[in-house]
Design a binder for this molecule. Structure first.
Ligand code: ZN
Length: 193
């Protein structure tokens, strides 16, 4: 069975069980919280319960490696919308151990794209493929960089606390890299090992 067919079958079953049983929740997040994290499949149905987040609680933004490659791009746009249109007052940046975006082989990526019919022109239209794809050295460093980038962003209000967490996709354990409640000058940035 193709994936779409299995999705449609699952949806029929879901609807038949849920008729009249689903609680209607508002679109404004209960916890005034936005979470920016990685698209890693191990985080699905795992990160939220590990953080005590339920349906209706938070805006969750995901991309490959929870990276920001454009200071006015989609991630910042979503956070600005979350803050100014949807009531978000606090941001969690959640990197995770064993991230697939660490130590990416740029050459191998190019080869795979070419092998699947992506043209050399399309690839060379991206000035820095490694940066553009969101390659990171390690998830700790990237999470700290993202917190600092957002903290310095002229589009994010200074009174919004921005925290940096490192999540274990196997155990659900969280390590606090940056507590965002202090001012920029006194923010405690954990030193990398
Ligand atoms: Zn990841």
């Amino acid at each position: 069975m193709k994936v779409l067919d299995s999705v449609l079958t699952a949806n029929k079953s879901f609807l038949s069980k849920g008729v009249g049983n689903f609680q209607i929740v508002p679109k404004l997040p209960h916890k005034q919280l936005a979470i920016f994290t990685c698209m890693d499949t191990r985080l699905v149905e795992f990160l939220e319960p590990a953080l005590g987040i339920e349906r209706g609680d938070a805006k969750i933004i995901k991309n490959a490696g929870n990276t920001i490659v454009d200071p006015t791009g989609g991630v910042i746009r979503s956070l600005v919308a979350a803050i100014f249109l949807l009531g978000v007052e606090e941001i969690l940046i959640v990197g995770h151990k064993d991230c697939g975006m660490a130590n990416i082989d740029e050459h191998g990526l190019k080869e795979r794209m070419l092998a699947r019919g992506i043209t050399p022109e399309a690839i060379s239209s991206i000035p820095n493929l490694k940066q553009w794809i969101g390659a990171i050295n390690n998830p700790q460093e990237n999470t700290i960089n993202v917190v600092n980038l957002l903290r310095d962003s002229p589009l994010i209000p200074k009174d919004i606390p921005i925290h940096g967490l490192l999540f274990c996709p196997d155990t659900g354990e969280i390590e606090v890299l940056i507590r965002g409640y202090q001012t920029t000058s006194s923010a405690q940035v954990k030193k990398l090992p």
